[in-house]
Write a protein that binds this ligand. Sequence first.
Ligand SMILES: [Ca+2]
Ligand SMILES: [Ca+2]
Ligand SMILES: [Ca+2]
Ligand SMILES: [Ca+2]
Length: 488
Amino acid sequence: MRLAEGAPVALAGILAACNGAAADSRPAADSADTADTASEADTAAYDPPDLGGCVDAPAGPVVLDSAAYARYVGAEMAVSDPDGDGCPAVLASGASSSVDPGHAATYLAGPPVASAGLEDTATAVISLADPDDDFAHSVGVLDGGRVLAVPSGDLAGAIYLFDAAAVAGAITAASASAAINFELSERGGQSGYDLATGDADGDGTEDILVSDLEVWEEPSYTTRVWLIHDALDLAAVAGKVTPDARLLERVPDDAEAFGRSLALADLDGDGLDDTIVGDPAFHSGTWSTLQRVFIWAGPVAALPAPEAPAVVGAGSVPGGSYFGYSLATGDVDADGYLDLAVGARNLEVGGELGSGGVFVFHGPVVDVTADEADAVIEGVAERWGGVGESITMAAAGPAPAPLDLVTGGDGVHENAGAVYRVPAPLAPRVNLDESYEIARGGELEALGLGVANLGDVDGDGIDDIVASCAPVDDYGALWFLYSSALAR
Ligand SMILES: [Ca+2]
Ligand SMILES: [Ca+2]
Ligand SMILES: [Ca+2]
Ligand SMILES: [Ca+2]
């Protein structure tokens, strides 16, 4: 079933519990009580069609729950197919917490056909964190299959690279084929807060962008982004290497969050990847108006430092909206130019602080402001709803079809969280409501912490989505939102 173009996706009413079975009951006030039994009955009765994909999806979301206290599992996600079977899996980084430390790991899982435990289902678990580590590590994919993982804690300051064939079973730093060092601040911080891969210097090989966020240097937080060239050459060197890494920018005074989001993509349309760094400025003691996205036009080669970058500014978006908190790139309007989506998870909508939203700019994108956005998606008017926490784009049909815009709002419905899918072609202004929901979390589950495009794994021609949730005082989970399953 194709999603109707130009109309809200009529997939509302899907409810699942982070720690329970999926159910397709309406999200009514009493639905939580009946979710488990309804799910079992519906799943048993449903005989899914063979669509020629990797999975025959049962009706409704398929949920992999973590049994460890990994609240932020899936805060960072990448999609890869390390075993080469043609069916992509998700690499989801997780973090432990002070309540139950020692479980920070990156899981390789899915695509599943039934809800299960994440640890039972994962085909690989990469553990790099020290036992006291609080933070997720970033994850990425290089050269189509090799896995990059960036820990914080004792192992911070290096990107560990695992050959695709090695990404199976229990994995530690000792299994890495290489460790690429980057210089950390003496004060540490959230090393590897985000990571992106692409060809920043235009030499035909992939490079790595990695950020080091929340470094406290009196009187404010300092954040840094490193660009590491020639990652594959470095990967060929056994053991630790220190690359030609460069500091893109450091902001010692403004308490910025430079590097909260990163991307490498050709936004100005010259065929060369551009280096994109989001700075939602959320560390300011006062709401900063400096929230923005920087774009260095490729090629960003070796030293000397690049010229002043182009800026996607917040325009009249009020300070404190966290414009630049999240980023996604893709050709949403199918005109051959990549487009940019910028999340502002704290945007005020309908008088409600923190409702959130997403701004979409059609490429070529150079110097623009949010006031010139080609599409504005406003979150549901709910205080701290957080729409724009996460963004991805997803095809609703064979290329070169326009792309749907998918975004998570982990605070909506009083922290149940939800994932929204806005169908292509994007209207200039979209006010999200329940008709755009493709999944909604249960009580305090904070679904929508992360979203990623899995590709079309159920074979119906429509890209499928994986989303993560970070429940309050509970365990995290990954939700697989197959288009063929949600359309019923
Ligand atoms: Ca390169
Ligand atoms: Ca370019
Ligand atoms: Ca475009
Ligand atoms: Ca699909």
